[in-house]
Design a binder for this molecule. Structure first.
Ligand SMILES: Cc1ncc(COP(=O)(O)O)c(C=O)c1O
Length: 368
């Protein structure tokens, strides 16, 4: 019985070796390593793909969030609302501007931010809300936007896991003030290293981020404000441009695998993520809940099936945020999810036989 990996990036490389190597050699021949023409080309292509007017490529998804927050003017003394159930980087952008993250619980069926709790987290200091399209499934943008509009707050989409996903038929990233993407290698559109991008329909915002990522400079060697070196690497951009042409097919395949899981897994001990009608997920992850995770993961190990845990500790209980004073029990749905969730194998190159084996193993599980 061979091991089924939770994710295997080597298979994709084997199929696309030639295209990737060509992309690499073009950048080397043109010496367009930092920013430059391949970065600009990918910015245009990805903005068009996602349906945004403007884009700025940066060094990774965390920096994409940070620079968006900074360009929006978030600063010390401000509060930013962030879902507790997400990867911690969703909160870093706010933290890096010296604003305070205020965590909100998730809903117990979609595991996305519970929009009904957002209003009560707003104070006079609140400046922005970060919505996360978690696991590749869009959150309810209109519902959250009606709150941010009412209180005149910025809404930033964290799209790090949601390339190609759709909300009410539209791709993500420019549905609110700004949207940030990660191209970390394991993402649905992954680089061969680190890369990220911020999208927006505001040209002014994107121009500001362009300056911030470039040492605070609009004109070379003239620095208008404190800036950063957060440019997009040419090699990553060229690889991403090459890979973008396959993203629709990969998303479709992830959808097929998800469909097989949804219809095939019938074990009552396995709860799957609710798919609201407005959301067309790109299934970055296929997350489930099970009553006794240790027991279930031991069983998966015995059956040679890989899994991931996204995430074992909700943001508000991370040590890094101990100074904020949250305690266990404060955000119970996220806390329950963090101790009961796990992610089944999900990547486009999984074969149907492998998916069927995962389904069969899940269905034969009995709690010991
Ligand atoms: C939800 C979410 N936000 C932000 C990030 C940060 O992206 P990066 O790892 O490219 O900095 C990630 C990815 O790791 C993520 O999953």
């Amino acid at each position: 019985m061979s091991y089924i990996e939770f994710m295997d990036l080597r298979r994709q490389y084997q199929t696309h070796k030639e295209g990737i190597q060509k992309a690499l050699s073009k950048v080397c021949e043109d010496a367009a390593f930092s920013g430059g023409k391949y970065a600009e080309q990918f910015e245009k292509e990805f903005a068009a793909y996602q349906g945004a007017r403007f884009a700025t490529g940066v060094s990774n998804g965390t920096d994409a969030l940070h620079l968006a927050m900074r360009a929006l003017g978030i600063t010390a003394g401000d509060e930013v609302i962030v879902p507790a159930n997400t990867f911690i980087a969703s909160a870093w952008g706010a933290v890096y501007t010296n604003a305070k993250p205020v965590f909100v619980d998730c809903a117990n069926d979609t595991w996305q931010i519970d929009v009904s709790l957002v209003e009560s987290a707003i104070t006079e200091k609140t400046k922005a809300v970060i919505g996360v399209h978690l696991y590749g499934q869009p959150f309810d943008v209109d519902a959250l936007k009606s709150i941010t509009d009412k209180y005149k707050l910025f809404l930033i989409e964290d799209c790090a896991q949601a390339h190609g996903a759709e909300y009410k038929g539209k791709r993500l990233g420019a549905l609110a003030d700004a949207g940030s993407f990660s191209f970390y290698p394991g993402k649905n559109l992954g680089a061969y290293g680190e890369a990220g991008m911020t999208l927006s329909n505001s040209e002014e915002l994107i121009k500001h981020i362009n300056a911030l990522k470039n040492h605070g400079s609009y004109i070379r060697y003239y620095h208008d404000e404190v800036g950063y070196n957060n440019r997009l690497d040419g090699i990553q951009a060229a690889i991403l441009s090459y890979k973008l042409q396959f993203l629709n097919a990969w998303t479709e395949r992830r959808g097929e695998i998800a469909k097989m899981y949804f219809s095939g897994i019938t074990n009552k001990h396995i709860i799957m993520q609710k798919q609201p009608g407005f959301a067309s997920s790109c299934f970055h992850l296929f997350v489930i809940e099970t009553p006794d995770r240790n027991d279930f993961t031991t069983y998966l190990n015995d059956n040679k099936i890989g899994y991931g845990i996204h995430y074992p500790v909700p943001c508000h209980l991370q040590k890094a945020f101990a100074h904020l004073g949250y305690k266990p029990g404060d955000l119970p749905v996220s806390e329950y999810h963090s101790t009961h969730c796990l992610s089944l194998p999900m990547f486009p190159e999984l074969t149907n036989e492998e998916v069927e084996r995962v389904i069969d193993v899940c269905n034969k599980y009995r709690r010991s």
